[in-house]
Design a protein around this ligand. Structure first.
Ligand code: ADP
Ligand code: AMP
Length: 216
């Protein structure tokens, strides 16, 4: 099963990906996570990506497409994958089509998680992430059992440096200008499915799961 999760920053793509990974045992390819790992490891890629990420802008297409190309060549993607945060531009979507064609694979389903912007700003400002396993929490909407500690692995929670209000506003603007046109791109390909992301986390997953089961 080859899945793309779409939706603005804070829609719940990472949160829902965790459920999908557990249920379908497919790898999670999140370009944002890949860039954050590169920054942590102080690689050339990390150095290049950091300034764009801090400003809420997109990392250039060529750089992003190259890391995805390499990732797709890894063996664990053969039985499926879930893309989270990629593609984010029409150029990236076209490049992905080309890569998959060369690998004789295809996208099975695109799921767009829809959430209005006023709610997204609250979600981003209250988001906390586990330093160790990356699980996403929210201070108010999805709190951990013990404040500051991950329920799953006991890791320490932190606030992403780009989850401040200024950067979040730019990211939402970037989404509108560069990523939202992909909704029509995948609608035209007959792949798009919409989910109401305003529902509780478990309800959103029920809807996503129904879509996936429907196309299996
Ligand atoms: P994305 O990966 O799309 O940027 P996340 O999965 O990290 O978004 O979710 C953003 C924030 O919203 C997190 O703090 C998360 O705990 C919270 N969240 C996710 N889904 C829901 C939901 N259905 N209702 C309320 N809060 C949610
Ligand atoms: P995310 O973790 O998906 O919220 O992404 C965090 C940041 O990483 C974004 O604001 C961008 O700066 C960068 N990024 C992640 N994915 C992409 C992508 N597909 N194209 C360009 N930039 C990206």
């Amino acid at each position: 099963m080859n899945i793309i999760f779409m939706g603005p920053p804070g829609a719940g793509k990472g949160t829902q990906s965790d459920f999908i990974i557990e249920k379908y045992q497919i790898p999670h390819i999140a370009t944002g996570d890949m860039f954050r790992a590169a920054i942590k490891n102080e690689t050339k890629l990390g150095l290049e990506a950091k300034s764009y990420m801090d400003a809420g802008k997109l990392v250039p297409d060529e750089v992003t497409i190259n890391i995805v190309k390499e990732r797709l060549l890894e063996d664990d993607t053969k039985n499926g994958f879930i893309f989270d945060g990629f593609p984010r531009t029409i150029v990236q979507a076209q490049a992905l089509d080309k890569m998959l064609k060369e690998l004789n694979r295809d996208i099975d389903v695109v799921i767009n998680i829809d959430v209005p912007f006023d709610v997204l700003l609250k979600r981003l400002s209250g988001r906390r992430i586990c330093k160790v396993c990356g699980t996403s929490y929210h201070l108010e909407f999805n709190p951990p059992q013990v404040a500051g500690i991950c329920d799953k692995c006991g890791g320490e929670l932190y606030t992403r440096s780009d989850d401040n209000e200024e950067s979040a506003r730019v990211r939402l603007e970037t989404y509108t200008n560069e990523t939202k046109p992909l909704i029509e791109y995948y609608l035209n390909r007959g792949l798009l499915n919409e989910v109401n992301g305003l529902q509780a986390v478990d309800k959103v997953f029920i809807d996503i799961n129904n879509i996936i089961e429907g196309i299996k």
